[in-house]
Write a protein that binds this ligand. Structure first.
Ligand code: HEC
Ligand code: HEC
Ligand code: HEC
Ligand code: HEC
Length: 145
């Protein structure tokens, strides 16, 4: 009985996973409470050359462009909530609350400035292929409302 249920569950998961697409160059990361600072465009495919998948998707150990269809890749905001003060938000080593703004800003801006220091646990610097290029000004990333 248990085995049968497990089989059904894993077939379902596999089927769902097959539907997962690798985003193209037209990702829009939504904004919730940014006021003037609206959504951010992100060129996913272009970024694949700058780091391993796991630098960004740091909770998907071993994620690659070959195996992604077999695993669930959660959105950052499933863990780093878009609201500051949400009790489930992780904390960094120095105690900073890693809500979405913090997590994305660290990930995106430290790399663009070539100043990566806050790297998620279990991810090595060898995951970074290129840093020190890319936009750093607010309006270069955010749609200004
Ligand atoms: C390299 C791109 C990048 C740059 C540069 C950048 N941001 Fe962001 N920012 C993001 C991303 C991605 C998010 C997460 C998506 C969102 O919430 O808009 C974010 C989130 C935010 C949020 C939270 C929005 C919300 O919905 O809660 C604010 C506020 C914000 N940024 C302000 C700024 C300001 C002010 C600057 C300049 C000092 C800036 N950002 C520079 C990419 C950037
Ligand atoms: C520079 C950071 C970065 C790199 C490198 C990166 N991704 Fe992403 N990926 C993102 C962001 C940001 C999103 C948009 C999701 C979000 O808003 O949280 C995303 C979305 C995805 C999604 C869609 C998830 C969904 O539910 O819609 C998949 C699948 C994915 N990435 C797989 C990969 C794979 C596989 C690699 C490596 C070949 C990779 N990513 C490399 C940042 C990155
Ligand atoms: C399954 C939950 C989960 C998902 C999904 C997730 N994170 Fe995290 N993240 C965490 C936790 C927990 C920590 C704190 C522990 C650590 O550093 O690994 C963290 C830490 C970080 C840090 C290190 C910050 C510091 O100060 O050391 C960054 C940057 C980060 N996440 C960015 C992202 C980005 C960008 C995405 C999406 C591409 C993402 N995270 C997806 C749970 C998650
Ligand atoms: C590991 C390093 C790294 C990370 C992480 C990273 N970027 Fe970049 N990004 C780059 C580099 C390098 C370029 C410069 C590309 C070029 O001009 O050749 C770039 C360019 C860009 C551009 C300009 C794109 C274009 O078409 O010219 C945008 C917008 C951008 N990044 C947004 C983001 C956002 C949003 C995030 C976080 C979700 C992010 N990046 C995370 C390395 C990174």
């Amino acid at each position: 009985m248990k085995l049968k249920l497990l089989l059904v569950a894993s077939t379902l998961i596999a089927a769902l996973a097959q539907g997962q697409k690798l985003p193209g160059d037209n990702v829009v990361i939504p904004s919730a409470n940014g006021g003037k600072w609206g959504p951010v465009k992100f060129t996913h495919q272009q970024h694949l050359a700058f780091s391993d998948c796991v630098y960004c998707h740091h909770t998907n150990k071993g994620l690659t462009g070959q195996n992604f269809a077999t695993v669930k890749v959660p959105l950052c905001a499933e863990c780093h909530a878009r609201a500051e003060g949400d009790a489930k938000n992780p904390k960094s080593k120095d105690g900073t609350e890693l809500w979405a703004k913090e997590a994305y800003h660290i990930n995106c801006i430290e790399c663009h400035k070539g100043e990566i220091t806050k790297i998620p646990k279990d991810v090595g610097m060898s995951a970074i292929k290129k840093q020190g290029a890319g936009p750093g000004k607010c309006a270069e990333c955010h749609e200004v409302k």
